[in-house]
Design a protein around this ligand. Structure first.
Ligand code: ASP
Length: 370
């Protein structure tokens, strides 16, 4: 990295200047494409796909500290971070402008299709996705399971809006570009880059509601680190095992509900999920993916009806293991291993959509990494 890499103060100044540009109003579901071509030089071509989130947020004048997600376009974001043009040749497209609490199958399919097209037609060497932090891990995991090829896909967000003192977005975006532009990033699947850490789609999870130090990989830690001075440092070898599934012909994905276990748990949430047409139920269980006797009985009845039952855990780290306190073989249940409930839900949806419904086959897919 050269000395003209940026201090966070200069990035912030530049971003604040950008914010005086009137923001283009984008409907939550609008899909607009910027046709600007990449600059002709030898830098890696990075396609930025913007979806919204706090990284594109602006202060809300109604209350101190309040802000609105998804107010700034991807192009504006990229233009606000000096130095990106030295790392890569950039093209930015707007896929959506939403807070990631509203992330949905439509946007996921649009992202997956656009990334695959860009790679298959050799339009880009890497993709950077700007995203809200709330469901960033689910989008990362979904894309990791459907995008084929070994070109890098980096997902990035921020905890503070662009207008905050010490906004973390510009620095995170710069680091996401460092990772995307690095040839050693190939073959690592989708990576989340925030707060100097590079984390795998499978492991990364949001652990703190407000802190910039929020994304962690509780079981295995980051796969690498990145900072403007030191550059990219990978701790793990490339070539993580990754199975990809065909993107279903159209959205939405099959309905799979997460049921959260707690003391004094009854069967009602499980019966509700079934009555609303769930094809699968992921238990966010206590401990090793466990739950009360009435809830277990309801899950057993659901499995007998052909509803996929996956036991995950509400505990932040560790693995859910088969047949320890619950007889998975007898009940026809699947365990999520290390996948948290929200990621177990995504994998269950993709497996059902791919026609995989036998518990033994499902279990193989969940344990594929080990
Ligand atoms: N609600 C925001 C979102 O996920 C929070 C953030 O981006 O940090 O879009």
């Amino acid at each position: 990295m050269t000395n003209d890499t940026l201090t966070s103060a200069s990035r912030r100044q530049s971003l604040i200047a950008m914010l005086s540009i009137p923001v283009i109003a984008l409907a939550a579901s609008s899909f607009t494409i910027n046709t600007a071509a990449y600059a002709a030089d030898n830098l890696p071509r990075v396609l930025v796909l913007a979806t919204g989130g706090t990284i594109a947020g602006q202060a809300d004048p109604r209350a101190a500290g309040a802000y609105k997600s998804g107010q700034i376009t991807g192009e504006q974001l990229v233009a606000s971070v000096p130095g990106l043009d030295k790392l890569a040749s950039v093209n930015a497209e707007q896929i959506s402008s939403i807070g990631s609490q509203d992330m949905n199958d439509k946007v996921w399919f649009a992202l997956a299709q656009r990334i695959q097209q860009a790679f298959d037609k050799n339009e880009a060497d890497a993709v950077v996705i700007t995203h809200g932090t709330d469901t960033l891990e689910e989008t990362a995991f979904f894309l990791d399971n459907v995008v084929k090829g070994d070109k890098p896909v980096v997902i990035v967000g921020s905890m503070r809006p662009a207008t905050a003192v010490s906004a973390d977005g510009p620095g995170n975006l710069y680091e996401a570009f460092q990772v995307a532009a690095d040839p050693r990033s190939r073959g690592r699947g989708v990576m989340a880059v925030l707060n100097d850490k590079i984390q795998s789609a499978r492991s990364v999870t949001k652990t703190n509601t407000t802190s910039v130090e929020t994304f962690m990989s509780p079981n295995d830690g980051p796969i690498g680190y990145v900072d403007t001075a030191g550059g990219v440092r990978f701790l793990a070898q490339a070539g993580a095992k990754r199975t990809t599934y065909a993107l279903p012909a159209s959205d939405p994905l099959p309905r799979v509900e997460i049921v959260y276990s707690h003391a004094n748990m009854d069967a009602i949430p499980i019966e509700d999920a079934i009555s609303h047409g769930a094809k699968g139920i992921v238990l966010a269980g206590v401990g090793d993916g466990n739950t009360s006797k009435p809830a277990l009985d309801a899950l057993e009845a659901a499995a007998k009806k052909g509803i996929i039952v996956v036991r995950a855990t509400r505990v932040r780290s560790g693995f859910v293991t088969r047949n320890v306190e619950v007889d998975d073989d007898k009940n026809g249940f699947v365990v999520s291993e290390d996948l948290n409930p929200q990621k177990a839900r995504v994998l269950t949806q993709l497996l059902i959509a791919s026609g995989v419904t036998a518990p033994a086959e499902l279990q193989k897919a969940f344990t594929a990494t080990w």
